[in-house]
Design a protein around this ligand. Structure first.
Ligand code: HEM
Length: 453
């Protein structure tokens, strides 16, 4: 907290009820916001266990999270119910596959995200940051930075995934992904907890219909590139076409290529846009932090946009982004299924139990963090001071986010370029509301007054 703020002023948070909700009350609240599931004790206790139809455990304990995500990861696969809602869009691509099929796809895609390749991808990020600044400058004043960040992040992921000649129109992709996540995500936690079907669900039209146009466009992009020489530099699709399983030598089928292309578009687009949007909300919330970040950005960049060589010289911008993901983790809850009996602290875990990993509560735990609901980027000044398993915006273990470095690189470049050029001011009465559907979105958008500096 900076000195010129009254200490009680905190950025927006999900309201946590003082007394535990009754079952139907909780279900009703969860339909609007999955984080309404979290009881007050989730912010003070290591593990909260319960029984709806299945036994479940909410885990906010770093050593237990290490066990679930890393040491015993094979005994805690992604839960089938959570997979089911993404499968119509992502098929059996990298995000959803398990076992050997997952392993070879991960190995095939990994070189794309290696540090030397990331440097080669950076000009796309710099260009997208510049384009975003041009759009913002053309409509000075009040604007929704969430919509702007969605467009910027989509431009980056589309440009690194496909060559220009096969690009999928932004409107087709964006509209489809947005509607799909919204409908697929609703009520998903109720399914994960096996709440019976008679309990009212929000309207849900999950299925391929919503994303039919996007699937068609992606199929066309794959068809156009298969059998062709890779472009220079090769986009992600061309690298996946060239990848083969080191054990069997087999390459990806057209369907597998499409599943993975969609996986990258979906996984890499909204998450990064959310981080940037919440970061802009927070720097408007705390003008002193914004000023310090602007000074850093201007000293390093002057009037030019940020590039690969600048990222290491923008540590405070990075700290702001990490603190943003602590308060508003885009992936706010993960779920796993226990396959074997286990013991986590004093809790007995039985095969079939649902494991909920609410990073939102972990990141705001009163046991693990000082002033957990306050915005203070300085807590990330020394990354070694943070327990690896107390801060998990990208997950951990073998299924850790493949795009983690890519996302951080992109977010630092875009945020630094913007702060060097514009001042962002909060609009009284227009604070966003944090609502989790599949991701943690700012309901109502991130409306800010924007002026050039
Ligand atoms: C701030 C941005 C991002 C956040 C917060 C984020 C978060 C996550 C999390 C928490 C997981 C783990 C899911 C699980 O264990 O069940 C994950 C997996 C994944 N992410 Fe990200 N992600 C971000 C950006 C990206 C980007 C930019 C890409 C690609 C360009 C990407 C691609 C993936 C893929 C492919 C997986 C699946 C990895 C596997 O299962 O082997 N993500 N992400």
């Amino acid at each position: 907290m900076t000195l010129d703020q009254p200490p009680e002023r905190k950025p927006v948070a999900v309201p946590v009820p003082e007394r535990p909700r009754r079952f139907l009350e909780a279900v009703r609240a969860m339909q609007g916001n999955a984080l309404a599931l979290l009881p007050k004790i989730a912010f003070t206790q290591a593990i909260v266990s319960g029984h709806v139809v299945r036994r479940f455990h909410m885990v906010m304990d770093p050593p237990s999270l290490k066990r679930i995500l890393k040491d015993a990861a094979a005994d805690y696969p992604k839960s089938e119910e959570a997979q089911a809602m993404l499968r119509p869009a992502l098929g059996n691509g990298l995000f959803l596959a398990e076992g050997a099929h997952w392993r070879w796809q991960r190995r095939a895609a990994m070189p794309v995200f290696a540090p030397r390749n990331l440097t080669a991808l950076t000009p796309v990020m710099t260009e997208a940051a510049e384009a975003s600044c041009r759009r913002i400058a053309a409509r000075p004043g009040r604007q929704d930075m969430y919509q702007e960040m969605l467009q910027t992040a989509f431009e980056v992921i589309a440009a690194v995934s496909m060559s220009e000649d096969t690009a999928i129109p932004r409107e087709v992709a964006h509209r489809a992904i947005d509607r799909y996540l919204e409908t697929a995500g609703k009520a998903s936690l109720l399914d994960i907890l096996k709440v019976p079907a008679f309990v009212p669900r929000p309207k849900r039209v999950v299925g391929k219909a919503i994303i039919a146009d996007l699937i068609r466009a992606t199929d066309k992009a794959v068809e156009a590139r298969m059998g062709r020489e890779p472009a220079d530099p090769p986009p992600l699709l061309d690298l996946l076409i060239g990848a083969s399983d080191p054990e069997t030598g087999r390459t990806m089928t057209a369907e597998e290529l499409r599943d993975n292309l969609l996986t990258f578009l979906v996984a890499g687009h909204e998450t990064t846009a959310l981080t940037l949007s919440w970061a802009l909300y927070l720097v408007a919330f705390d003008p002193a932090v914004q000023e310090r970040a602007r000074t850093e950005a201007r000293e390093v960049l002057g009037d030019r946009p940020a590039g690969a060589e600048d990222v290491a010289n923008l540590p405070y911008i990075r700290q702001i982004l990490l603190e943003t993901m602590r308060l508003y983790p885009p992936v706010a809850i993960l779920s796993r299924t226990a396959m074997k009996p286990d013991q986590l602290r004093d809790r007995e875990v039985r095969a079939g139990d649902v494991m909920l990993l609410p990073f939102y509560a972990l990141h705001r735990s009163e046991v693990l963090w000082d002033d957990p609901n306050g915005f203070d980027p300085d807590r990330f000044a020394d990354p070694k001071a943070i327990d690896r398993y107390a801060f998990l915006p990208f997950g951990a273990g073998p299924r850790v986010c493949l795009g983690m470095d890519f996302a951080m690189q992109e977010a630092v470049i875009v945020l630094a370029t913007m702060l060097a050029r514009f001042r962002f001011t909060a609009i009284p009465g227009r604070d966003p509301e944090p609502v989790m559907i599949l991701s943690l979105r700012p309901k109502g958008g991130v409306w800010l007054d924007v002026e050039p500096v």
